[in-house]
Every structure is written in structure tokens, then in C-alpha cells.
Design a protein around this ligand. Sequence first.
Ligand code: ZN
Length: 170
Amino acid sequence: MNVEDAVFNDLFLYDSPQKKQAQIAKDHNVTEDDVRSIREKYHLTEAVKEIKRIRALWSNKKDFGLFTKFYKWYSRGICDYCGISQDVVKKIVESGKLTSKRFPAVDKKCQRGRSRGISLEVDKRKPGEGYLQKNCALVCYFCNNDKSDVFNDEQYMLFLVNRRKFLENL
Ligand SMILES: [Zn+2]
């Protein structure tokens, strides 16, 4: 890893929000001005916004431990239920091939309350239980919305295979 990446990780990714600029500079053998310029260069980028978004998701899931552990778990980028990748879902929503009032508008106007769809979400496998790591699934909007608080994860996997058969056999 090059120095810029290492400083980036200390500034934005690792669990070191209280780590002082001076300490980061010392740890990576660069000047404080270097650290400052790396912060300036990246702090408004999409990559950092994405890290902040994932950190906000982690804020009520501290059972995962350190943020970096949650980040790694989240960054698999595959829906645990249907197997679709985050990249494909993002392209579908951004292209407007499927639309919803909950999705960000394609024309980017009026985004209030419209943040669903584009990113993978964290679902509680057993709806009545909390966000403990063992109860968390990484899921696409389509599965999360469909599963709702009706099914647990095992029921939902059967429902996905054959909806009618699953319902008739209840
Ligand atoms: Zn899915």
C-alpha cells in the first residue's frame, strides 16, 4: 500500500477519528501538510461519501465490533438472498429501467426521502430480533421490500424458489 492510501485509510476508514493529524503524519513518515492535503483532496469525493454512508449504517450495529469489520462485511456487495450484485442494482436504478418514488430520481431533482434502491441494505434475518451480527443479512432493495417483516430468512428463501408452493404449504 502506498503512503497516500495508508493516510487515506487513517483519515477516513479506520476507527481512529480521534487520531490527530500530527500522529498520522508521524506514523506514515510524512508532514502534517501532506496529511492535510490528502484530506482536502478526498474529503468531498464519492469514495469518502460512501464510507460515511456505510459508517452511518454501522452506528446501530455495534455488535459487529470495529467499523472496519462492518465495512468489510458490507463491501462483499452481494445480496444474501437472491445473489444480485450491488453494481447491477445500482445500474438498474440509475438507468431508470425500474422506477419507484423511493428511488433517487433519475433527473436528480427532489431527492428528499428517495434514497432506497441504489445501495444494498441490512436486513434482520429474524424480524423480531435486533441488529446482532448473526441476525444481519446484506440484501438488495427488492428482497428487503418483498421480505418485509413477514418472513424470516429461511421462509423467505423458500418463498423465493416457489411463492405459490410455499404459501399453499403453510
Ligand atoms: Zn436480493
